[in-house]
Design a protein around this ligand. Structure first.
Ligand code: AR6
Length: 175
């Protein structure tokens, strides 16, 4: 599914983020930036040791912020590492922090002249954020950013599995 928002395109696909040909892909990392499971593990496996080497120089990243490295051996030229919130009950600033991940990642892209970005569904794996709620926050935040930043031409959400895709599709229709 794909929608036009002004000069930008927002699309949803089911797939693996490591295989995307966007200029940047986003990693759902942890505050150490030193790797982990899920999407983080897949990106470091596919991208090779250069990404981890660059991450070591960054000295970590607070929740809700984002940092840039090269893409190593990935098709994407850059990886934007962001740290989503661990979900407790939704009353501990989780929506703010999750929205901040998407916004700060896109700000880095704008500053670097990156025109296409692929996101995974941040925080909805190991960090336990309910998919439907996370999808609404993600899509609302990206849509608002694109309305003010036409320099980003394409944002692709790469959803891992049918359930994640269906949740984002429903959220996008409900916006
Ligand atoms: N491509 C796209 N999405 C994927 C892929 C993939 N290859 N693999 C998993 N997903 P998670 P989090 C989906 O756990 O919740 C790591 O250990 C997955 O199905 O990767 O933000 C970090 O180091 C889910 O929908 O990230 C942190 O410690 C989504 O990606 C912690 O996990 C996010 O799941 C971060 O947890």
């Amino acid at each position: 599914m794909e929608i036009q928002l002004g000069r930008s395109v927002l699309e949803l696909v089911e797939g693996d983020i490591t295989q995307q040909d966007t200029e940047a892909i986003v990693n759902a990392a942890n505050t150490s930036l030193l790797g982990g499971g899920g999407v983080d593990g897949a990106i470091h496996r596919a991208g090779g040791p250069k990404i981890l080497e660059e991450c070591r120089q960054l000295g970590g990243c607070p929740t809700g912020e984002a940092r840039l490295t090269s893409g190593g051996n990935l098709p994407a030229r850059y990886v934007i590492h962001t740290v989503g919130p661990v979900y407790k009950d939704g009353l501990h600033r989780e929506p703010d922090l999750l929205g901040s991940c998407y916004r700060e990642s896109l700000k880095l892209a704008s500053a670097k002249g990156i025109k296409s970005v692929a996101f995974p569904s941040i925080s909805t794996g190991a960090y336990g954020y309910p998919l439907a709620d996370a999808a609404r926050v993600a899509l609302t935040t990206v849509k608002a950013y694109l309305a003010e930043h036409p320099e980003i031409e394409r944002v692709r959400f790469v959803l891992f599995g049918k359930a994640a895709y269906a949740a984002y599709e429903a959220a996008l229709r409900g916006l």
